[in-house]
Design a protein around this ligand. Structure first.
Ligand code: AMP
Length: 321
């Protein structure tokens, strides 16, 4: 792997214009890795034009601002796609518009793209892979960059709890903290502070979700309900991981109406059964234990609930053998 990180550095050095993209539906790992990489490149090569693009997220705007690609000729530019396994989910860039494309990701492979690909689905986060890039090339790590990467890592690992948090994760984070003296306990407040309305909505979910005898929890959330609680469809994504430690629940799914986009968002999590293959049947995907999909109807949602219940039952049977 060391070699591939050297190759990436060489490509960065070669190009005057560099665009950094990530997946739609910005989350802290995607944002942290793209903003950190932009700063890293500009610190080393201040004359380069570097753009970190994609739709901004209101909730995570404290992490930094994103760029617009207006009137930028990308035909001789480098595109670095972060945290995105599939072409269809790249936010704001088309690979054919660029001279060179690099992919850096920690999801299982969906589409192969990029003349250089770093895909490590055993890595906790894309921010962890950016740390590898930094240390393999002895690039300068500042406090600002470390903060963004730390937020990306703690967020994708659920504060070092989820699968794929490894000794390597701790090794890299320790090295980063020692080098920068980042006051990391300060970063949690903006990351985890949420409005009271969302906590009240969370209470509604706990009270009203259904749980099957196999341990699948599910809830359908209509636009009217979101309005009643004064939250938006993104709130579900902020709550879904909170159900991780409920004894009776093995797999859980929130189905949230997104009226603006005219679709139903599925956030799915698991403590055992692999859910990403089921999500893929519905045009979605993700990790084994954390997946999502965008559905077009409530009947599709019903089918997805049934399929998830079936794999949960199968998993339980296998465990009991
Ligand atoms: P979320 O529930 O939105 O936090 O997503 C959990 C995981 O599933 C993330 O790794 C996403 O990249 C992935 N994911 C979410 N939605 C989709 C989708 N529509 N298609 C493919 N992967 C998705």
């Amino acid at each position: 792997m060391a070699n591939v990180y050297r190759k990436i550095y060489k490509e960065i050095k070669k190009h005057d214009t560099i665009v950094i993209a990530r997946h739609i539906g910005a989350d802290p790992d995607a944002l942290g890795s793209e903003l950190a990489l932009k700063e890293l490149i500009l610190n080393k090569f201040p004359k380069k034009q570097v753009y970190a693009i994609g739709n901004p997220s209101n909730r995570f705007k404290f992490m930094g601002t994103l760029d617009k690609l207006e009137d930028v000729d990308t035909s001789s530019a480098l595109l670095i796609v972060l945290d995105t396994p599939d072409l269809k989910r790249i936010d704001g860039a088309k690979i054919n518009d660029y001279k060179t494309v690099i992919k850096i990701d920690h999801h299982p492979i969906v589409d192969n793209f990029g003349s250089i690909e770093v895909v490590d689905d055993n890595a906790s986060s894309t921010s962890q892979l950016i740390l590898e890039l930094i240390f393999k090339n002895r690039l300068k790590l500042t406090k600002n960059i470390a903060e963004k990467l730390y937020i990306g890592i703690v967020s994708d690992t659920g504060r070092f709890m989820h699968d794929y948090t490894s000794a390597r994760t701790f090794e890299l984070v320790t090295k980063m903290l020692k080098k920068t003296n980042l006051d990391f306990t300060k970063v949690y407040e903006p990351l985890y502070k949420r409005p009271l309305a969302e906590f009240r909505f969370q209470g509604y979910i706990y009270e009203n979700m259904d749980v099957t005898e196999n341990g699948l929890a599910y809830i359908k959330i209509s636009d009217d309900l979101l309005k009643e609680y004064e939250v938006d469809s993104a709130s579900s994504g902020n709550i879904i991981s909170e159900l991780n430690c409920i004894d009776e629940i093995l797999v859980w799914i929130f189905l949230t109406e997104d009226k603006k986009s005219n679709l139903i968002r599925a956030n799915i999590r698991s403590r055992g059964p692999a859910i990403n293959e089921v999500a893929a049947i519905y045009g979605g995907g993700g990790h084994k234990l954390a997946s999502g999909a965008r559905l077009t109807s409530w009947s599709q949602a019903e089918n997805l609930i049934e399929d998830l219940d079936k794999i949960t039952e199968k998993y339980l049977n296998e465990q009991n053998q």
